[in-house]
Design a protein around this ligand. Structure first.
Ligand SMILES: [Zn+2]
Ligand SMILES: [Zn+2]
Length: 410
């Protein structure tokens, strides 16, 4: 996309801000506990020389720490029943030993999602015995020709052949277990309730409020066009250049719209609850939605001036989606592979964007997020200097023993 060293299309500038937020006292206490526990377990693996054998376990510990930075509630192992209502019928028809086999696949500590390479959120297993996040595999259930996304597995998939733990165990009429969480976290602490507003969520609401005030103060100064007029002009499509000049001299056109990304749908749920409370209109986009529902969400977000927020799963950041109505992007959590984050930001920062784009990454001070940021930085440099780019998304992101030691501060 370069011509004589100059980009062919000049996009408005993009500013990346890092907002480091403090935990509340209760959140800090919870996190410190969790971190100490994981560190001592990691140390034991390292001392025994079994880090590689326990890689999945270690990833899970890191996942818990990352999630605790978003909201302690995410760390709680709650049974999601959103998964696999359709598959219950199918499961009933399977022989018992097959059900047991599939359940074993889900319960093994080595279960890592074959799409995102992280410990799975709402884990499901396919008939071929491969484990995924429900959201990750959903991407492969909506098309016409659905194949298992696990490497080298060409098994045919349908929505009735992915099974959650709850479905399988209820079929086996075994006790549905909800007690896989360490006892130290099952106490009824207030921060483990989903009504609790975490520091990150409060930071998001502050940003949204500031954006809203900024916009309305601009409007009072008379420097902004009314949104109706603006849309009329956009639709008329003639004398476009004249309008472009007008726009570039006018700092604000219409409300400041924001895309909020998280990799966990459960985090999006929690943000959603806070937006409802604050009467902020939003749409949502995640990998479990049908294509037509996604389409509608994007259209509403781009066209309806009342809808100012898009809640979006980092895993649903399809390359094609165009959301230039947004000029603010908030990244709630860090992804191992920075390329995925860059692609997410490009939903808003792309052809058609007329305003400068602000990206805010919200992280929590003195946590594993500091160290993930540092690893990302290293990775960005590596990718930039390497011949072949790491386009594989998750596949090349296996962490080395050195990385892990650094992450656990051992
Ligand atoms: Zn996944
Ligand atoms: Zn498979």
């Amino acid at each position: 996309t370069l011509l004589d060293g100059e980009p062919i299309i000049k996009l408005p500038p993009k500013t990346i801000r890092l907002s480091k937020v403090d935990f509340s006292t209760e959140e800090r206490a919870f996190y410190t506990n969790l971190e100490a526990d994981s560190r001592s377990r990691f140390k034991a693996y390292a001392a025994a020389g079994t880090v590689n054998q326990n890689y999945a376990n270690i990833l899970l510990m890191l996942l818990r720490l990352r999630q605790a930075c978003d909201h302690p509630f995410l760390v709680k192992d709650y049974n999601s029943d959103s998964v696999g209502k359709v598959s219950a019928e199918m499961a009933k028809r399977l022989p018992r030993d097959m059900l047991i086999n599939l359940l074993n696949c889900l319960e093994t500590s080595f279960a890592i999602c074959r799409v995102c390479n992280d410990p799975p959120e709402d884990p499901v297993v396919t008939m071929c015995g491969h484990v995924f996040c429900y959201q990750c595999v959903s991407e492969y259930l909506t098309g016409d020709d659905n194949m298992c996304p696990a490497h080298a597995c060409k098994e045919q998939l349908g929505s009735d052949v992915v099974f959650s733990k709850a479905t399988l165990s209820s079929c086996l009429s075994a006790d549905v277990d909800g007690s896989s969480m360490n006892s130290q976290f099952t106490e009824n602490s207030m921060i483990l309730q989903n009504e609790y507003s975490s520091s990150k969520i409060r930071a998001v609401l502050e940003i949204l409020e500031t954006n809203c005030k900024m916009h309305s103060s601009m409007e009072c100064n008379g420097s902004s066009l009314s949104s109706e007029r603006e849309y009329a002009e956009n639709c008329s499509g003639f004398s476009a250049t004249k309008h472009t000049i007008v726009y570039s001299e006018t700092p604000v056109e219409g409300p400041i719209k924001t895309i909020i990304f998280s990799q966990w749908t459960s985090m999006l749920d929690l943000v959603e609850a806070s937006l409802n409370e604050s009467c902020i209109q939003y749409r949502r986009l995640d990998g479990t939605m049908t294509l037509s529902a996604r389409d509608r969400a994007v259209k509403d977000f781009n066209a309806d001036p009342e809808v100012t927020v898009m809640l979006m799963s980092l895993k649903a950041g399809n390359l094609g989606l165009n959301m230039v109505a947004a000029c603010h992007v908030i990244l709630l959590d860090l992804w191992w592979n920075p390329t995925t984050e860059d692609q997410a930001v490009d939903r808003a920062h792309r052809i058609g964007q007329t305003r400068p784009v602000t990206v805010t990454r919200i992280t929590i001070k003195d946590t594993v997020e500091d160290r993930i940021l540092a690893l990302q930085e290293e990775k960005r440099k590596m990718v930039a200097s390497a011949f072949g780019e790491d386009q594989g998304g998750g596949t090349a992101t296996r962490l080395t023993v050195e990385d892990l030691k650094y992450l656990f501060m051992v």
